[in-house]
Design a protein around this ligand. Structure first.
Ligand SMILES: [Zn+2]
Ligand SMILES: [Zn+2]
Length: 412
């Protein structure tokens, strides 16, 4: 203990205890010893934690890899104005050639990966916009990992018979009821969505008749190539090979009503782009209908809207929370708060109590019946882990503060 303080202590002991308290608190501010931190170990951990966070790998945008800005368009061989449909067919055509199942080679696998990346980004409306503007997307790696392999995503489209619907698909597409997943903001604010509508087309080759004839014996006759054996024997001088007959595929008979175009399903898949307008104020379970421009058939899209962690909707009002530090609440200030339509600057008065509500008029859901408000609840966050400096400052504040006046029985 410094000599001067010893001297002071002696003085204090002499009688003036409050003065002694003041002196000891002054001493605490001068000293560099971190005596007041309650949990020293967690304080030491903090900087290292920050350091590891920063060293995490960050996905590099396209242009940093030294690739041209329209690289993904070039990969698919389409121009920048290509429709989703064009991108899709370009992808499937190329994917057949480079699909890792069809040929095992490191290079092909890599190329197929690039094709999938291009497909995933360019068929996602928002990502494509971002890619067009920036030549890359911010969270590319994460997005692509989550998007996965488009071939797996679309199991119904097999490589061999793309365009021929499976039985399951026929059932699904006949009902003309689809789910349309939207984000909370898309549904609440309203949006326009360009969708690929897949539908059943009566097969042109068989006029849809093969489906009816397929399981009957009408038109059934022994395969001529294999003479009804299902096998073809190839003989040369040196070897004999027995293969499954390619004409009847081993079934021993052929049916002249068989249709190769639709594989006897009677239908092929049609594909048309439709524009869907989701009105503002839509919510989960709402149905948006659109007419298939090719068949005039009405198609219903059932909206799927997840709840949002940030926005809560009550009628046409939107509720959000804004957390403030103690000092923000005490001193006031202007804070940017994400709104439904844009970021909003919210003015917080000095001396704001926790759970004070700020109402932004007409910033809620805007439906035909009128607009709701955006109601922000300001919540003061009391810190739990103070640094040494913060704790010292709060101690100083505590010393300067008046006790909270409360009514007790004794006061009444
Ligand atoms: Zn057919
Ligand atoms: Zn045959």
């Amino acid at each position: 203990m410094p000599l001067r303080l010893k001297h002071n202590k002696a003085q204090a002991q002499a009688g003036n205890i409050s003065q002694w308290k003041r002196l000891i608190s002054q001493y605490q501010f001068r000293t560099k010893k971190e005596v007041y931190y309650p949990d020293r170990s967690s304080e030491i951990k903090r900087p290292t934690l920050m350091a590891t966070k920063q060293s995490l790998p960050v996905a590099r945008p396209q242009q940093q890899r030294g690739l041209p800005k329209d690289y993904y368009y070039k990969v698919l061989g389409v121009n920048r104005l290509a429709s989703v449909q064009q991108i899709r067919s370009a992808f499937y055509a190329l994917a057949k050639r480079y699909h890792p199942d069809s040929m095992h080679s490191e290079e092909k696998l890599k190329h197929f990966q690039e094709l999938s990346n291009a497909y995933n980004i360019l068929t996602d409306e928002t990502k494509r916009l971002e890619y067009d503007q920036l030549g890359g997307i911010k969270d590319e790696q994460a997005f692509l990992e989550q998007a996965g392999n488009p071939m797996h995503m679309d199991m119904s489209l097999k490589l061999d018979d793309a365009g021929v619907p499976s039985q399951e698909e026929i059932q699904k597409l006949t009902s003309s009821e689809f789910d349309l997943p939207l984000t909370f903001v898309e549904a609440t604010v309203g949006c326009k969505k360009r969708l690929d509508l897949r539908y059943l087309l009566k097969c042109d080759s068989c006029k849809g008749k093969s489906q009816l004839m397929a399981n009957r014996d009408v038109g059934k006759e022994p395969c001529r190539r294999c003479n009804g054996t299902g096998k073809v024997t190839t003989k040369t001088v040196t070897y004999t090979a027995v293969n499954t007959c390619s004409q009847c595929k081993g079934k021993r008979y052929i049916n002249r009503n068989d249709c190769d175009t639709c594989h006897n399903r009677g239908y092929v898949l049609g594909n048309v782009e439709v524009l869907i307008t989701v009105p503002a104020g839509s919510k989960a379970g709402d149905v948006v209908s659109v007419d298939n421009p090719n068949t005039r058939q009405r198609v219903n899209y059932h909206l799927q809207v997840p709840t949002n962690d940030y926005f809560r909707r009550v009628g046409n009002d939107i509720h959000t929370d804004k957390y403030l530090n103690i000092s923000d609440a005490i001193l006031g200030g202007t804070f940017s708060v994400p709104g439904l339509y844009e970021n909003v600057d919210v003015r917080v008065e000095a001396g704001t109590q926790s759970h004070t509500k700020v109402v932004l008029k007409n910033k809620g859901v805007r439906t035909r019946e009128g607009a709701g408000n955006h109601i922000i609840t300001l919540k003061v966050r009391i810190p739990c882990n103070l640094s040494v400096k913060q704790r010292q400052l709060v101690l100083a504040l505590a010393q300067a503060e008046e006790p909270v006046f409360e009514f007790h029985k004794s006061n009444v």
